[in-house]
Design a protein around this ligand. Sequence first.
Ligand code: NAD
Length: 307
Amino acid sequence: MKIAIAGFGALGSRVGIKLQKAGHEVTGIDGWPAHIAAINTKGLKVVNDAGESKRYFMPVVTPKEIHGTFDLIILLTKTPQLNQMLTDIAHIITPQTKLLVLSNGLGNIEVIQKHVDREQIYAGVTLWTSSLAAPGEIHVTGTGSIRLQAIGGGDAEDIITALNQGELNAELSRDVMTDIWRKAGINAVLNPLSVLLDASIAEFGTAGNQMELSLGILNEIKAVGEAVGIRVDVQDIMDTLAELLKPEVAGAHYPSMYQDIQGAKRTEIDFLNGYFAKLGAQHQISMPINSLITQLIHAKEDIVRVK
Ligand code: NAD
């Protein structure tokens, strides 16, 4: 398959390497000059858990430079960057192009629908992780999986097959919106609280009231889910959180929002707690905890920029 990865950052480049290793023709699309230059000259450096590193070569170009057509474009920008990326690569999208979004958060499908027909959209959630240590260098740990579904009701088999040729452990989701909400629920707890409490995931797990804090956020999400017909299983999310908070599982890992704040970048808060709060307001559901968390993260984004 001819595949472009739009957003060749931490996760996009990890996914890209795996697909290229499986024999797919992969091109990365990114706009960070130092990152592109490093990959195109020295290859992408991938460091694993054991500290071993390998370099991988593949073409990475800017949206302006990309040309031709692709069977599949995997969208892996940060959620607030998605609309701009789709605008910038509009010239390579044809009615036959399939677009698979794996970015976190809510609202991605609405954004993509502004650019292409619903029948071209595939959405998924992924448990693969990766972090950018420097331009052209990612650090990867453990394994992951992907669950995806065709949003326009079509068949996702060819995409699932391609992803599994790259050992990405992909499977069909029968209800990807529930999967997306479930993951957004987990992220709506771990991401902002790590920033506001200045804590790694394992450190958050040591807080005596971590369950109360998590339930406060999740019960509001459950209420708004009921209003829009999406079932949010709070107990299931709490069980997953309990697993993730174990020091042997979490290690010294900080969620991506913590890393965004450290890098003075805009966070995905409006597509997590902020999205739920907005939806709550539209349905007259009181969402005080998620609203306050959204405001606090926006304040933090402004403060780190002037520091
Ligand atoms: P990232 O910031 O490392 O990568 C995004 C890349 O997109 C950047 O390199 C940026 O330069 C590029 N980009 C954005 N807009 C662009 C534009 N208009 N033109 C050109 N380049 C553009 O982010 P990430 O950590 O890889 O995360 C991507 C998405 O995947 C996020 O939604 C994140 O929440 C989700 N996710 C990440 C992980 C992880 O471990 N990194 C795990 C699961 C889900």
